[in-house]
Design a protein around this ligand. Structure first.
Ligand code: COA
Length: 262
């Protein structure tokens, strides 16, 4: 699992010091995630979990953004939302991953860009990080077990504000609310991240996996169940007239108008 990503790949992979870096690489689309990218990520998690030399996986984005979330064009083309769909395979893979998951967020992390952080054990952000889950604004609903995990991480009131209103939060708020482990300075971000990852990779791997299992085990069944509940609703939302208006508005770069809906 050394460097397997050509630079034109949408998911770049690079292994360094026992850490497998997975870089979302569609900078012209702010690293929006497509079906194909989810499929690669799901496979990457399967392989990384089974590869002894990989001590941790670190997600990051190319060109500044972490990810602008699900590709809105993919939403428009009516993707399948069953248990075998790449996105659900990826999310279930995150929940079941036994080794530490790390995220390096140096810009916008929208939609699944934020909800996947709930499955990461360590989240490092630069001051430019921006987290948002604009599901209701797109006439969609929470996903990736965020309806289950977010209230547990930041509290019911704050979770309701973020998931109902779709408001975004900056790095400082995300850190204060416990969504981000630490904010690392912009100019030394990579070096400080590397230091932390090296410390993580140097720990005894079985002990680290045991600690992670103890922390996450009580949440695993609840998270899988939430993903299924959310996916069922999400699929219906995607084909709704409200969502059609929201997506069309994004394409036309205009504010959506939901006034005709009851
Ligand atoms: N899916 C598809 N394309 C996307 C995208 C997404 N989720 N997010 C951004 N893009 C595209 C834009 O359409 C634009 O494409 P174009 O250059 O061909 O017009 C390009 O990426 C750059 O986006 P832009 O909005 O100009 O960049 P920005 O720096 O002003 O803002 C974001 C960045 C991420 C804050 C903003 O693009 C955004 O909010 N995107 C939508 C996020 C979203 O709703 N995701 C789904 C969550 S469920």
């Amino acid at each position: 699992m050394n460097n397997t990503g050509a630079t034109n790949e949408t998911i770049l992979t690079q292994e360094s010091g026992g850490v497998l870096f997975a870089t979302f690489n569609r900078p012209d689309k702010k690293n929006a995630l497509t079906h194909d990218m989810y499929a690669r990520l799901a496979e990457l998690l399967r392989q990384a979990d089974a590869t002894p030399g990989v001590r941790a996986v670190c997600f990051r984005g190319a060109g500044g953004a972490f990810t602008s979330g699900n590709d809105l064009m993919d939403f428009l083309s009516g993707p399948p939302m069953d248990e075998n769909s790449p996105v659900l395979q990826f999310i279930h893979g995150l929940i079941d991953f036994r080794k530490p998951l790390v995220a390096a967020v140096t810009g916008p992390a929208i939609g699944i860009g934020t909800t996947m952080l709930l499955h990461c054990d360590l989240v490092y952000a630069s001051p430019k990080a921006f987290l948002q889950m604009p599901f209701t604004r797109l006439a969609l609903c929470p996903e990736a077990a965020s309806s289950f995990l977010l209230p547990r991480v930041i509290g019911l009131t704050r979770a309701s504000e973020l998931l109902l209103l779709g408001n975004g939060i900056d790095a400082r708020t995300a850190h204060a609310w416990g969504l981000v482990t630490a904010i690392l300075p912009e100019d030394s971000f990579d070096a400080e991240l590397e230091q932390r990852l090296a410390a993580l990779a140097a720990l005894p791997p079985e002990a680290v996996r045991a600690a992670k299992a103890l922390i996450r085990q009580p949440l695993i069944n609840g998270a899988h169940d939430a993903v299924r509940r959310e996916a069922e609703l999400f699929a219906g939302r995607l084909s709704s007239a409200e969502a059609a208006e929201a997506m069309q508005a994004f394409l036309e770069r205009r504010p959506p108008d939901f006034s005709r809906f009851e």
